[in-house]
Design a protein around this ligand. Sequence first.
Ligand SMILES: Nc1ncnc2c1ncn2[C@@H]1O[C@H](COP(=O)(O)OP(=O)(O)OP(=O)(O)O)[C@@H](O)[C@H]1O
Length: 361
Amino acid sequence: MTLDLSLLPDGGLHWLIGDGQHAGIVLSSRIRLARNIAGFAFPVRAREGERLRVMHQVRAVAARLKGLEGAAFVRVDECSPVERQVLHERHLVSRELAGLDRGSVGPTGSAVLVTGDAGVMVNEEDHLRVQVFRSGFDVQGALRQAEALDAELGAALPFAAHTEFGYLTACPTNTGTGLRASVLIHLPGLVLTQEIGKVLQGLQHMGLTYRGLYGEGSDVLGNLFQISNQTTLGRSEEDLTEQLERVVRRVIEREEEARAILARDAGYIIEDKLWRAYGTLRHARNLPADEAMNLLSGLRLAAGLNLVTGLSVYTLNKLLIFSQSAHLSHSAGRVLTEGEANLARARYVRQILANEARLPE
Ligand SMILES: Nc1ncnc2c1ncn2[C@@H]1O[C@H](COP(=O)(O)OP(=O)(O)OP(=O)(O)O)[C@@H](O)[C@H]1O
């Protein structure tokens, strides 16, 4: 394996720290801006040589930018399948950029620049996908940082733009600002009270959409939803992010209300369910990925309700990422079978909980 994760500043995962607003419920806020370089075909249409030229040009420019100081440049097309999956499990590259559906060879010229909280995917659907991640609920902070980085990049690269439409992108739904603002949010209260359907339906009426844990086309796992704007054309960045913030603030309130109702009306049933989740995570010897996600969701809720103490949001976030299969393979130094990964996952989770969780008297 050639990907040295210690070279990624903060592992590219500064947001795991969990010091943002509402970080127990909103894991992260992300802004991404889609940009293309004038004079080159969009990545899906470009020949291999053209994709490589784009990659080299972005790399050369990035080395001079303040917003990407200290960034690691990772050639995704030279990574092994497990390494590409690791980057994906860290949310640093999309499924498409990682080429996870392509087998052993990554897409030529695909790369990613990684700092602790910002980065650029190169040759995804668009030439550049600028992205900034923040801990907790901080869409405006992420927007400011993304705009500063975008301004630096735009001064060095001729971005394809139209005076009337705005930034030109491979998919027309991104044309305009090229912006997608999203939060990754944990909503077990709304799921358990069966209110979630109404909440998700409501999003669609307000120009928002929801996706699973790994974005487009991915499943919702562990009650984690990615909520983002659906369209961008004809709207300003401020408009889009303010709308997302307004709605997410309301979703957080509803989640808190749902948790209070659960504690009041079904206290011992919920307590029992969460203690069972804790007990399994603490003692299981064999932990399949889907089961782990559900139990970790229970553990996060248990910490939110102060049943289990001593577990920081950082630890809860870390458990979520580092218990994924490719991470377990990467730390074992070889590709684990599914069965081996289930054993390694159980061992990893047990260790973390033995060291960090404290139980009330
Ligand atoms: N708030 C967030 N926190 C952590 N990761 C996120 C967040 N939002 C998106 N991601 C990650 O970014 C990657 C891409 O997300 P997604 O599939 O939604 O596409 P996109 O690049 O934002 O937009 P498009 O659908 O236009 O290609 C996924 O791996 C997803 O997990």
